[in-house]
Design a protein around this ligand. Structure first.
Ligand SMILES: NC(=O)c1ccc[n+]([C@@H]2O[C@H](COP(=O)([O-])OP(=O)(O)OC[C@H]3O[C@@H](n4cnc5c(N)ncnc54)[C@H](OP(=O)(O)O)[C@@H]3O)[C@@H](O)[C@H]2O)c1
Length: 275
């Protein structure tokens, strides 16, 4: 039975547990929630997070999860171990551990990626499997898939532009989306009723990586030839077909170039996190 329908909430301020609250997305999500809910962040670290209570815990071991989950009305699950070549399904195990530790029926909000069911990358397969876990958890749930965040695209361009020749995969475009806008959307979903699978969200434009590289090199004032490298294989083909984009879901407003220019210092270096 679907548990995504309307349900009654406890009276008073909603308590929201954010996993991944210290990450690229989480650092934007917590301020978007704070003041509108009691925000709690699960972290393996010892630092504090402004606008939230931090609870030390680890989704790999299950440590700290009961305390982090106690009394949570909503869980925004944004933690990820990223791509681990040796254990690509780490996030599946971590999510299973999270689900096993939940008592009651909090609203579970999961952030996923456009095309996880169509691009045969191990990380995407794990995200798709994690979506299934969320949907079959028996809890009320909401899933939002988005395209790549500006931060990630910027990091990728920065790495690809390091050698004397900037190499970009030929024929691949991205629909980079503003991380703050994703955080805003996720916050609204977390504060709303469980809604199931939401329409995909993407940035305002689908832009060729070669064009973005040209923009990037200009912004950081670096001269490099750009080599468009043909990449064989099913994964690259799926990217060329744009399976990771959502032209119909181009609800993002702030484009990649605005993000890039806002980060460039007078000397052409970039503000963190991308360098
Ligand atoms: N990047 C993109 O372009 C993009 C696009 C669409 C969707 N997404 C999804 O958005 C989510 C957030 O991505 P992001 O780029 O913000 O990630 P990120 O910056 O790499 O942050 C990862 C977060 O996960 C937490 N974490 C990792 N392992 C953990 C563990 N074992 N126990 C507890 N916490 C753990 C980390 O917390 P501590 O280190 O503090 O423990 C950190 O806050 C991911 O699910 C990702 O797949 C990303």
């Amino acid at each position: 039975m679907s548990r995504t329908g309307r349900r009654s909430r406890r009276v008073g301020m909603t308590t929201i547990l954010v996993t991944g609250g210290t990450g690229v997305l989480g650092r934007r999500l917590v301020p978007a929630l704070s003041g509108r809910a009691d925000v709690r962040v699960l972290t393996r670290g010892t630092g504090t997070v402004e606008g939230a209570t931090t609870v030390r815990g680890d989704l790999e071991t299950g440590a700290g999860l009961p305390g982090a989950l106690a009394g949570a009305d909503v869980i925004v699950h944004a933690a990820s171990s990223g791509f681990d070549r040796r254990r690509p399904d780490r996030d599946v195990g971590a999510t299973r551990r999270l689900l096993e530790a939940i008592s009651g029926d909090p609203h579970l909000v999961y952030i996923s990626i456009v095309g996880v069911d169509e691009i045969p990358l191990p990380y995407f397969k794990a995200k798709f499997a994690t979506e299934r876990l969320v949907e079959e958890s028996g809890l009320p749930w909401t899933i939002l898939r988005t395209t790549q965040f500006h931060d990630l695209v910027l990091m990728a361009l920065s790495a690809l532009a390091k050698p004397p020749v900037a190499i970009v995969p030929r024929g691949i475009a991205v629909q980079s989306v503003d991380t703050g806008e994703v955080a805003g959307r996720l916050a609204a979903l977390a504060l709303g009723e469980p809604a199931g699978r939401m329409p995909d969200m993407g940035g305002p434009r689908v832009e060729g990586l070669d064009d973005l590289m040209r923009t990037y090199l200009g912004a950081v004032r670096r001269r490099r030839p750009i080599l468009r490298l043909p990449i064989p294989g099913r994964t690259a083909a799926a990217y060329r077909e744009g399976r990771h984009t959502t032209p119909a879901g181009a609800t993002g407003v702030r484009g990649f170039t605005e993000e890039l220019l806002s980060r460039v210092r007078a000397d052409g270096t970039l503000e963190s996190p991308a360098t």
